[in-house]
Write a protein that binds this ligand. Structure first.
Ligand code: GLC
Length: 487
């Protein structure tokens, strides 16, 4: 086989820059690119959402082929568009399923992603690319692992294809009614515990877990956590007792060409670890642009989806009979938050913005450029997640010299080291208990370093900026895994 590159087809419901709702898109935007640099013929297949149309390439010039996909008694046509300007990517176009304003959240999601999985398997008959490995991601792609094993592998074209299934978030499992069996053309006996039944329903995540040749998740700690009751979202016993032998954790990276304060075009003033003073200028200019008091006090940044997962619940607690957020604002700090999500938490921030007008910046939207400005302007970066498969925010923050304050879980535990004054080692502040009290205590600790021991604070910033969470290492681990699974 020497000389022929290993062929890997990534399948994902989102990939940057084309379509993104979360970290999954960043991973699929970055990892295949890195794999290609390391000699793998990595390609991507994803839905052609309405939001992609006309934005990245001229549709007419990128049409490849079209064919039918059978979903039980339904037959749906799919058009394939191909763009290789970044990474060779096959887009599956269906006006019925993907010409809608959002990526997910529709009643027929089970059918949309059954169509996607089947469409990708059929694609292999129409292009000159038979992958050695299909790398699936999250519940939207789980059925592919099942269909390949039970419906396609008797065909010599598919017989040698292996699957790797990556869990980016255990909480979203793709649980649907029995009608999912119809579109996947599966008999009722698939509704059993050792197959894809989950509390009387069908689980797409389970289809991935059980039928994939290997399972990975995006940090070593999360790979252990999901085997426990607390983090396993109902699948912990399956993972710890049956599937443990094929699970491993491979830490995500970040793209150091994009996330680089030295050249980042979005920030006010570029800087490096040697010109950290210039980071302060970013803060002052940020305060000026967004109407905050312009002065040097500790600026706390948050860039996040505003959901339960991210620990916003801790901010709603009280301590000494005072609301935690008031307690935090009693310190001489400013707070900036960017993100969208659940109304309850968004309202909490609206209230804060009203109450502490000159000291808070609340942006309930998503804006890539503004995110970069916040990483550059903030002194500390708050990420108190209840669980965090990997997390990208803390990695970007460290790169920009913003000191992460995190809960010790999943990828946060694997990437942030608590600072020790004695050894001068460490990159941030961690707390273990899921409580607002401990979150506050760690903010207070950071505040103490910031005001009383600026030399140590600078040391923490420098330690963080030196960290090397690039994609190179992750890509090497995946290549090893692919070779292993092909044995
Ligand atoms: C999900 C997880 C996040 C992870 C990302 C990419 O969004 O919540 O922790 O970093 O996927 O794998």
């Amino acid at each position: 086989m020497k000389g022929i590159p290993l062929k890997c087809l990534f399948i994902s419901s989102e990939a940057a820059p084309y379509a993104k709702t979360g970290g999954l898109a960043d991973v699929v935007g970055a990892l295949p690119k890195k794999l290609r640099e390391q000699g793998i013929d990595a390609r991507v297949a994803m839905p052609y959402y309405k939001s992609i149309e006309g934005k990245f390439f001229k549709q007419e010039e990128h049409f490849l082929t079209s064919y039918d996909v059978h979903l039980g008694w339904r037959v749906q046509g799919v058009g394939i568009y191909y763009d290789d300007s970044i990474v060779p990517t096959y887009f599956l176009k269906s006006d019925t399923y993907f010409s809608r304003p959002d990526l997910y959240g529709y009643k027929d999601d089970y059918e949309r992603f059954a169509f996607f999985c089947k469409g990708v398997l059929e694609l292999i008959r129409h292009i000159d690319f038979v992958p050695d490995v299909i790398h699936c991601n999250d519940w939207q792609t789980g059925p592919l692992c099942l269909l390949l094993k039970d419906k396609y592998s008797h065909d010599p074209l598919y017989a040698n294809i292996k699957t790797v299934y990556t869990i980016h978030n255990m909480k979203y499992q793709g649980i649907f009614g029995k009608e999912a069996l119809d579109v996947l053309e599966l008999p009722l006996d698939y509704m059993s515990q050792d197959r894809i039944e989950y509390h009387g329903a069908v689980s797409y995540m389970k289809a991935g877990l059980i039928y994939a040749d290997r399972i990975t998740t995006v940090s070593p700690t999360y790979a252990e956590e999901i085997k426990t009751y607390e983090y396993g979202c109902g699948l912990d016993r399956l993972l710890s007792q049956k599937l443990y032998y094929k699970i491993e954790g491979i830490l995500n990276g970040i793209d150091y060409d994009i996330y680089n304060p030295k050249i980042d075009p979005h920030i006010y003033v570029n800087y490096t670890s040697r010109s950290l003073k210039r980071k302060k200028e970013n803060k002052l200019l940020f305060q000026k642009e967004y109407g905050l008091e312009q002065r040097d006090c500790m600026l706390i940044g948050i860039v996040s989806r505003i959901t339960d997962q991210k620990g916003f619940d801790l901010m709603q607690q009280t301590m000494d009979n005072i609301w935690i957020m008031d307690k935090i604002m009693q310190l001489d700090v400013q707070l900036v938050i960017l993100g969208t999500g659940e109304k309850e938490y968004e309202d909490m921030f609206r209230h804060l913005a009203y109450k502490y007008r000159e000291r808070t910046g609340v942006f309930l939207t998503f804006d890539e450029a503004l995110a970069q400005k916040i990483y550059a302007a903030s002194d500390v970066f708050l990420m108190p997640s209840l669980f965090e498969p990997c997390g990208l925010g803390q990695l970007i923050a460290m790169r920009y010299g913003s000191v992460p304050i995190v809960r010790k879980t999943g990828g946060l535990k694997d990437t942030v080291i608590h600072y020790s004054m004695e050894t001068k080692q460490g990159t941030g502040f961690e707390f273990e208990d899921c409580s607002g009290y401990w979150m506050y205590r760690k903010i207070e600790e950071a505040y103490w370093y910031y005001n009383e021991h600026p030399d140590h604070f600078k040391q923490i910033q420098l330690n963080g900026m030196k960290q090397g969470f690039s994609w190179d290492d992750a890509a090497k681990s995946y290549i090893k895994l692919y070779k292993d699974v092909m044995k």
